[in-house]
Design a protein around this ligand. Sequence first.
Ligand SMILES: *[C@@H]1O[C@H](CO)[C@@H](O)[C@H](O)[C@H]1NC(C)=O
Ligand SMILES: *[C@@H]1O[C@H](CO)[C@@H](O)[C@H](O)[C@H]1NC(C)=O
Ligand SMILES: *[C@@H]1O[C@H](CO)[C@@H](O)[C@H](O)[C@H]1NC(C)=O
Ligand SMILES: *[C@@H]1O[C@H](CO)[C@@H](O)[C@H](O)[C@H]1NC(C)=O
Ligand SMILES: *[C@@H]1O[C@H](CO)[C@@H](O)[C@H](O)[C@H]1NC(C)=O
Ligand SMILES: *[C@@H]1O[C@H](CO)[C@@H](O)[C@H](O)[C@H]1NC(C)=O
Length: 345
Amino acid sequence: MEFLKVDRVNQCALLCALLVGTLYLLVNWTPSGVLSQIQEQQLPRSKSRDILAGGYTDELGKVLADASAGNNKTVIITVVNKAYIEGDKSMLDLFLDGFWLGEGTRPLIRHLLIVAMDGTSFERCKFLGLHCYRLKTEVDLDGEKVYMTPGFLTMMWSRTQFLGNVLKRGYSFIFTDTDVMWLRDPFPRLNQNRSLDLQISVDGFNGDPWSEDNYMNTGFYMVRSNNRSIALFDEWYARRNASSGMKEQDVLTQIKQEGMFRTLGFSVRYWDTNYFSGFCNESKDVRAVITVHANCCRTIAAKAADLSTVLRDWKSFIGSPSSSSTNGTAAFQWSAHVACQHSWL
Ligand SMILES: *[C@@H]1O[C@H](CO)[C@@H](O)[C@H](O)[C@H]1NC(C)=O
Ligand SMILES: *[C@@H]1O[C@H](CO)[C@@H](O)[C@H](O)[C@H]1NC(C)=O
Ligand SMILES: *[C@@H]1O[C@H](CO)[C@@H](O)[C@H](O)[C@H]1NC(C)=O
Ligand SMILES: *[C@@H]1O[C@H](CO)[C@@H](O)[C@H](O)[C@H]1NC(C)=O
Ligand SMILES: *[C@@H]1O[C@H](CO)[C@@H](O)[C@H](O)[C@H]1NC(C)=O
Ligand SMILES: *[C@@H]1O[C@H](CO)[C@@H](O)[C@H](O)[C@H]1NC(C)=O
């Protein structure tokens, strides 16, 4: 009865207080409100937002988790810039064609992480619907990086530093240059011996997979994440400033020659070019070949021309009846790498 006696002004004040109170509770005491308050106290603003979005601390963590899903914390990494996406048939197009035409390589595209050195190649990667990561570097890296120019060296070193960070996050990876055609799935062969820290392609194979005298090529290798590989990549990158114009591959060779692989207990297998082949020394056995690298070649245009020919040769091999008869190998021959031979002149 007391209630009925209060005037209209007091009634409104009471209702408003109730309403405001309810709204206050809704906004501030729902579970998500509590969560964001706690997390923003503990972390810088941008980081807390990433955690709320997907449970990862940053963008690299997210793309690595996505690309390695179902592949035992192992990813396939290639690095591109604008020069690799230009032209009627770009280097990236050819690279992807390899996965399309290769034997058992199509599903591997899900584990491929494309690291883009500039905004244009990053946009192209996203347009293709692949896993993409934009790597920021100290200088602009969007043009063609001709072999051994300062831009080429900066790009090489940035990737060494980046790959060391991937290992530190607990991910193993196959690094592949974009001018490597994947004609077969390499994992069955690379997973044969899980105690190996590094398995790497070579320019010329001397016949002994354990011999340090093999001339390794950093355009294709698999490295497992562990203390030894992390220490090795730290040492590799630490030599950047003291390397006076040497490319990172030569610095790794120097580290090997100084005996550091043995000191670290870092086990390395050098792969026969019969399986991991290249233009320097091409595989004689098209039935065994897994990858073909446009090494011993200077420009992107020359590589693209000769890799188109590799894919054409491969298509005629898989389309020919001889690919399933014991006679196929003898009949098959790779075409000459004419453009690459001329790229040095
Ligand atoms: C995943 O990797 C670990 C460590 O290298 C290995 O022991 C395990 O057998 C692998 N599992 C699969 C399914 O390949
Ligand atoms: C596996 O790799 C280790 C080096 O880590 C080597 O000692 C061993 O012989 C290899 N096993 C096979 C079967 O090749
Ligand atoms: C492999 O290639 C290198 C560089 O072109 C050459 O010097 C070497 O003779 C080749 N080796 C074989 C076995 O073909
Ligand atoms: C790497 O080293 C750290 C400390 O030095 C150790 O705690 C860890 O177990 C090591 N991990 C492996 C995989 O050897
Ligand atoms: C190289 O030198 C620059 C400047 O002198 C320095 O900022 C950078 O940390 C050095 N890098 C390495 C890997 O030592
Ligand atoms: C293999 O090729 C040779 C010569 O090209 C031919 O004479 C022979 O019949 C072939 N053998 C088979 C099994 O196809």
